[in-house]
Ligand binder design. Structure first.
Ligand code: MN
Length: 716
């Protein structure tokens, strides 16, 4: 079935609802897109997608699958885009085509046999929709059928991939005939000699098989028809590759394989199954211990049948399976039988035994999300992992619940450290988004970007968590060392430390001493004792070296203020205003006298309060005045006060005390302003170095995407 009218006729025969016109349109569209392309066989390319669609029609797949099969190579191999497919044939078809394309991009390296299971899992996860896998299996089956036209090394590679990945996948989806045909074709190309040897011996047995089959069929038919029942008996030889495997596994030759022949008896209903079993056991002697009732106790994947082995004519063992037609199509087509089943609603009542399938269908109808459907199908028993792609198409397995930073750190630690944004499937996403199977992830980096503590909330993997913590530990060490060195230089006038001093202060090395000093573990007065300097001038600072020193956010000191410094582990030195109540909390010796001078152009935050009369435009006048003084407002709050006045509290940025004094003076000159003063404790945070990490990220992203707004939410 590889001509378009054969396909459409077939689809119409099992699905009344199918839109045959749309299938024809897909054919015209694909034929046009592939025009001029040839297969290795010399056939026009369109022959292949049609053959794939034909395979799917033969197992009763739905219209969307048929159309997607016809289009399955257009996006990959022609100038057609996914958007075009979506606009012409709808989102469902486009999703299927996209899935098949993505699955097709995954390359299995045959040297990684141990990874085969992972690859299969990943294919399933990537597919999201089980129809994608079915289309892919049909695609691979047709490619296997036409493999003879390729070079030998390619034939071998594709055959191995088929054996390791696709035939087990077909097995897992319960699509037995596809599995067997794939295996025999792969076997033919991998070991042609062994294949032909077994094939010719099988040939010799065919007559015998047919005789037995006819005999059995007439006997069973006769017996059942007496009760008004029908039966169909199918005889089949074991498939070549499974004989080969058994010969290898058991180290036996062909003549020692006794279960070459198997029969299948297909009857109308479940009672007939047991009746047929009784008949068979009356005709031939059953082999003890070989009877299995998978009707009463279906296999976990939903398979149902009665199995028995009997001693047949000429003393050959014959395996017999007895089942209803519904059980049979499920056993053969596996999960694909679902579509066939769906399209024959009238017979649905006869198939009550398909409880598993029914449950499955309910789930499909309930779930919008095909990946959820896959999970519920127990196809992916690997729910603990998600499989995602890098921009280059490499696969990464991450624990379920992982987010973009986990991916970045999985690729490379540096990629994580400098990660500034992420695109998932081409769309800008935030760091909190959970990764889904098949997502393609692109990490954007900036050399200036460094980890933030908030990132720890956005990672799931120990690797990412560890890398971030490690970065901070290293950073803290560096900060401490630099401060320690600065101290030494101030106190000793040099930064090299004599060994005797290290010993006296219980430090292993000069570096150790500097680190302890800078971290505050070694009090500065201990150092002064050792160098026998009782008095020590203030510690001099110009500006503030970011990451080394910070102005405290409780009292907002600015250069020129009397300040005291205190160490905070991992943060360097925090400068507090001398009048800050925090100072009374610490021990006296922990506080360092600091002389802090500003630096031109560097701004620091501080608080001011402005009492104004309640007049129209008052706030505008005040803020304009602040702007005119080259200061900026980082935060503000308002309080209504008695006597028709309002108290405005601002967090503003200024260079130093002089700048602040100028600002206060100008504000006093604004008409309507009653009183102006500095206010050290404002209870406003503004955007400091410490907080606002996500805001900073948001801003950077906004910058990068030239005005495209990116919202970075807080974790909830
Ligand atoms: Mn193809």
């Amino acid at each position: 079935m590889s001509r378009i009218f054969e396909i459409t006729e077939r689809v119409a025969s099992y699905s009344a609802k199918a839109d045959i016109d749309r299938i024809n349109q897909a054919y015209v569209f694909a034929a046009h897109a592939h025009a001029g392309q040839l297969r290795s066989s010399g056939d026009p390319y369109i022959v292949h997608p049609l053959a794939v669609a034909g395979i799917l029609a033969s197992i009763g797949m739905d219209e969307a699958s048929i159309i997607a099969a016809i289009l399955h190579d257009t996006v990959e191999d022609t100038s057609v885009t996914l958007e075009e497919v979506a606009s012409r044939f709808g989102d469902e078809v486009a999703r299927l085509v996209d899935g098949v394309t993505k699955v097709g991009q995954i390359r299995f390296n045959s040297s990684e046999h141990k990874q085969a299971e992972n690859f299969r899992k990943m294919l399933m996860a990537t597919a999201r929709d089980v129809r994608v896998l079915i289309i892919k299996l049909a695609d691979r089956l047709h490619n296997m059928r036409t493999l003879g036209f390729l070079r030998e090394d390619k034939r071998r590679r594709i055959s191995e991939e088929t054996l390791h990945i696709y035939s087990p996948l077909a097995h897992r989806l319960g699509m037995h005939w596809i599995k067997q045909e794939m295996e025999d074709l792969a076997f033919l190309h991998i070991d042609p000699e062994a294949y032909r040897a077994i094939a010719s011996k099988m040939e010799d047995r065919l007559d015998e098989l047919h005789r037995t089959r006819e005999h059995l069929e007439s006997l069973i038919q006769e017996a059942l028809s007496r009760q008004g029942m029908k039966a169909k008996v199918q005889g089949r030889m074991k498939h070549l590759y499974s004989i080969y495997q058994k010969m290898q596994r058991k180290h036996v030759n062909f003549d020692e394989i006794y279960d070459l022949v198997a029969f299948r008896i297909i009857v109308d209903d479940i009672p007939s199954c047991y009746q047929a079993l009784g008949l068979v056991h009356g005709l031939y002697r059953p082999v003890p211990g070989r009877f299995k009732d998978y009707i009463a106790l279906p296999k976990p994947n939903g398979y149902q049948s009665l199995h028995t082995t009997v001693i047949g004519p000429e003393n050959f063992r014959i395996e017999i399976q007895i089942r209803t037609q519904a059980m049979h199509s499920y056993a053969e087509e596996g999960v694909a039988a679902h579509w066939l089943y769906k399209s024959q609603d009238a017979d649905a009542r006869d198939r009550e035994s398909f409880k598993w399938l029914k449950r499955l269908m309910d789930l499909i109808q309930e779930s919008e999300d095909p990946s959820e459907f896959l999970e519920n199908m127990r196809l992916d028993l690997f729910v603990q992992e998600v499989y995602v792609f890098s921009r280059d198409g490499d696969i990464f397995a991450l624990p379920r619940g992982s987010r973009p930073l986990d991916f970045a750190y999985a690729v490379h630690t540096e990629l994580g450290h400098h990660c500034i944004g992420v695109r998932i499937n081409g769309e800008v996403a935030d760091f909190q988004q959970r990764l889904r199977n098949g997502d393609q992830i692109e990490i954007m980096v900036s050399p200036e970007q460094t980890p933030s503590r908030q990132w720890l909330q956005y990672v799931k993997t120990p690797k990412a968590r560890h890398a971030i913590r490690q970065w901070f530990r290293r950073q803290e060490r560096e900060v401490s060392m630099r401060i320690g060195r600065k101290f030494l230089r101030d106190v000793l006038g040099r930064s090299d430390v004599p060994v005797s001093m290290c010993k006296a202060l219980n430090c292993r090395s000069p570096e150790d001493l500097m680190e302890k000093l800078g971290r505050g573990d070694l009090p500065i007065h201990r150092l002064l004792e050792v160098v026998q300097r009782s008095e020590w001038k203030a510690f001099n600072i110009r500006g503030l070296e970011k990451t080394l020193m910070h102005a405290a956010t409780c009292c907002h000191p600015i250069p020129g203020d009397p300040v005291l410094g205190q160490f905070r582990r991992g943060h360097g030195m925090i400068l507090h205003h001398r009048k800050c109540p925090e100072i009374r909390k610490g021990r006296e010796k922990d506080w360092l006298e600091v002389h802090w001078e500003g630096e031109k152009g560097k701004m620091f935050l501080t608080g001011i309060e402005v009492l104004t009369r309640n007049e129209r435009g008052m706030l505008a006048k005040v803020t304009q005045c602040i702007a005119e003084q080259s200061s900026s407002i980082e935060d503000l709050k308002l309080h209504q006060r008695p006597g028709s006045t309002t108290e405005l509290i601002f967090l503003v940025s200024v260079e130093n005390r002089k700048h602040l004094a100028d600002l206060l003076r100008s504000l006093r000159g604004v008409p309507g302003v009653v009183r102006v003063s500095r206010r050290n404790r404002v209870g406003l945070q503004g955007q400091t170095d410490e907080g606002g990490v996500s805001r900073a990220i948001g801003q950077t992203l906004r910058g990068i995407f030239s005005g495209r707004k990116v919202h970075v939410k807080e974790d909830s």
